[in-house]
Each structure stands twice: as C-alpha cells, then as structure tokens.
Design a protein around this ligand. Structure first.
Ligand code: PMP
Length: 405
C-alpha cells in the first residue's frame, strides 16, 4: 500500500456516475438523458437489423479465423470507411494520398491522431490544440495525455443558445499561424449546434489563410441529418479546398456498435509519397499501442460498406434512428411552446442537430431535475434526445416547464 500512498483518488467519470445513479433509482418514471447512446421508443438499446444480418453472415463464414489483422487494420474496412467520410470521388481518394488506420473506435482515433501530431507536427511554439468551448470532455484528457496543451476557442453563445460565429472566427484569426484546431464534423457534442455551410466556408477560408491544421472528429456521420453525405459535407469541403487535415471516425453511434470499438483515423496528405511516410510512422505508433486492432466489428462494418444491398439497408436503419430523434425534437418543442406555453424561446430544440440538445437551463435547474424529478442529465443542461420517447416526453416537458417557470 505504501508504494501508492501519493496516488490521489480521482473523481469518477461524471457521465458514467450519472448512469449508475439512474440505475440505482427505483422511481417508476425515471428518465435517463445522460449517456449518448441510441434507445428505441421503449428505451431499449437497438441492434440495427443490418448488423444482425451481417453478424449471421460472419457466423456462417467457415473460412474466418482469429488470426491477427494487419497493424493498420482490415484494409477492406479502412478503404471503404475512408470513402464513406471523404467521398469516393474525392481527389484525395483517387490520388491515393489518404492514410487510414483502424482504431479503437472514435476515442482511439482521437488518441492516435493526437499522438501522431505530438511526435511529428511542425509546431509553431509549444504544442497546443484549440478545442471548442465546450467540447466532449474526453478531448481535453486525450490531448493532455500526449503532452499537447488544450486551449479553448469560442463556440457556444449562451445568449442565443447558438453558435458564437464571430468569436470562433476571431479565435481562428488570433491563433498563431499553423495552429491545430479540433472541429466537430457534424452534430457537435455537447451543444448540437453546427455551423451552416456558409459559415463552414468562411471558417475554411480563415483556416487556409492562417495555414491552420484541421483535426476533424466525426462521431455521428448519418446520425445527425439521417444522410451520410450531408453529414460529411464539411470534411469533404475542406478536402476539396486542399486544407491539411485528419479525420477521426467512429461507427459506435451510426452502426450501434458501441462496445465493438470500430473506428478509423484518416490522415489526408498532399501527395502519395508523403502519405507513405506518414503511414509508416502511424504503423510504428499503432504497433506499440495496440499491435493490431480487433477484427469482429471491423468485419461487420466492412460487410455493410462493401455490399450494395447491406449498405442501402444500413442507410434505412440510420434514418430510423435519426428520424426518431428529429421527431422527439419536434414533439418536445411543440409541448413546450404550444401546450405548456413554457416561458422563453425553445426554437434551439429543433434547430440543434444530432444526439444532444443543449437546453440552456442553469446548473441548479439541471440539479433540481435530477434530484426532484428523477430525470438524469448533465449539469451543463445537455440532454440526450435518444433518452426521450413517446412514453416519457410529456413527463419530461412538464418537469422542465416546472424548473424554468
Ligand atoms: N468524439 C465525440 C465528439 C464523441 O461524442 C464521441 C462519443 N461520445 C467520440 C468521439 C468517441 O466515441 P467512441 O470511442 O465510442 O467511438
């Protein structure tokens, strides 16, 4: 025991703590709006029908074994995954200058991308990454772990419960040239607020002028609008503009493969020869971290991406999830504005996109919802829309009305 006497007790992860509190609660109408995982209208995890199909194909494939995958993962998976996010007709794909590594879901992609930058990026001063304020809390930890200091850039404007576009542009302009900016490709977590295409164009212009590096995190492709291409728009636009970037990709949400840890890191280089050198170093880093990525989930996604029929079916499953979430946004908005006539403007509920909504309520109001109403949400007022369904939405709207009135 003496050896570890100076190890301080770390606080528990707030999201997982919230889930534990929800589970322990015996109140019949309790509601979990904490964790970002899709639930169906009966609050059950949803195994996508297309994933069930792909699983049975794998189970019946007698030729499959449990050998190691290559260090950078299953090539059929990473190639198809790169096309999915970057676009199959993208010049970067055609010119074979994208390096792809299969990673431990989106978290692993963020880590490997950050690690690669920590070793090889031509830093202009101390190693720093600009993160939106707020962002997914894990971004801070992931970059700190590899010695890159996180600094905030303006993103959320509490006055409008919308994007602080001018603040964002100013931050891009004021950062030293060649700074690294982490950008949420779509469905910004935690706010659900994305730039419009016009705003993305303006952001890209400043990023180009300042020679910044774009570190895209894409954890919700398809989940936001229901359309895989639409949700990839910003990334594809940046690639078209020739801006240097990498993309972290997760299949946790859009394929419902949370626990299988399927993801990829794609680094877009200026030419094939550079891509080869980058890829060789990513391999070296991956080798010492995980040696080889896990095979099962990557095989599932590879089947889905490389078979036209399964791919169409997956798109329908994505629409089922995104559609239910959009319906919940509309219904919550209707209940608050038309039925309950809750004070304040609630248009942000329908304007925001993806898994989460930033309600704009105060920490003490969030606390009251947890403690008095058995509605579990994070202190920043973020709710997971997937936790709402036709059975509990009225209860939630009523309690929300109660705390803001
Ligand atoms: N980035 C963001 C912004 C996320 O919200 C998430 C999921 N919460 C991830 C990355 C990574 O998740 P996973 O490792 O499960 O793919």
């Amino acid at each position: 025991a003496e050896l570890w006497q100076n190890v301080p007790l770390a606080p528990p992860d707030s999201i997982f703590q919230l889930t534990a509190a929800y589970k322990a609660d015996t109140f019949k109408n309790k509601v979990n709006l904490g964790v970002g995982a899709y639930r169906d209208n009966d609050n059950k995890p949803w195994v996508l029908p297309v994933v069930k199909k792909a699983t049975s194909i794998l189970l019946n494939d007698e030729a499959l074994d449990h050998e190691y995958l290559p260090i950078l993962g299953l090539k059929d998976f990473t190639s198809a995954a790169a096309k999915l996010i970057i676009g199959s007709d993208s010049p970067a794909i055609k010119e074979d200058r994208v390096v792809s590594a299969q990673t431990i879901s989106g978290t692993g992609a963020n880590h490997l991308g950050a690690l690669f930058l920590s070793k090889f990026y031509k830093w202009n001063g101390p190693a720093k990454v600009y993160l939106s304020n707020p962002t997914w809390a894990n971004h801070h930890a992931i970059f700190k772990n590899v010695g890159i200091e996180p600094v905030d850039y303006a993103y959320y404007d509490p006055k409008t419960i919308g994007l602080d576009f001018n603040g964002f542009i100013e931050a891009l302009k004021n950062a030293p040239d060649r700074s690294v900016f982490l950008l949420h490709a779509c469905a910004h977590n935690p706010t659900g607020i994305d730039p419009t295409q016009e705003q993305w164009k303006a952001i890209a212009e400043v990023i180009g002028a300042k020679k910044h590096y774009s570190f895209f995190d894409c954890a919700y492709q398809g989940f936001a609008s229901g359309d895989l291409d639409k949700d990839a728009w910003a990334v594809r636009y940046f690639v078209e503009q020739g801006l240097p970037l990498l993309v972290c990709q997760s299949f946790a949400k859009n394929a419902g493969l949370y626990g299988e840890r399927v993801g990829a890191l794609h680094i877009v280089s200026s030419d094939r020869e550079t891509a080869n050198r980058v890829g060789s170093q990513v391999s070296v880093l991956q080798r010492s971290e995980i040696s080889n990525p896990p095979s099962h989930g990557a095989r599932l996604v590879s089947l889905i991406l490389n078979d036209a029929g399964l791919f169409e079916e997956w798109k329908r499953d994505i629409q089922t999830m995104a559609g239910r979430i959009i319906d919940m946004r509309k219904e919550l908005h209707r209940l608050l504005t038309e039925e309950l006539r809750t004070p304040g403007n609630w248009d942000h509920i329908v304007n925001q996109i993806g898994m989460f909504s930033f309600t704009g309520i105060q920490p003490e109001q969030s606390k009251a919802l947890v403690e008095k109403s058995h509605i579990y949400l994070t202190g920043n007022g973020r709710i997971s829309m997937a936790g709402l369904n036709s059975h509990n939405i009225r209860y939630f709207a009523g309690e929300l009305d109660g705390v803001v009135r």
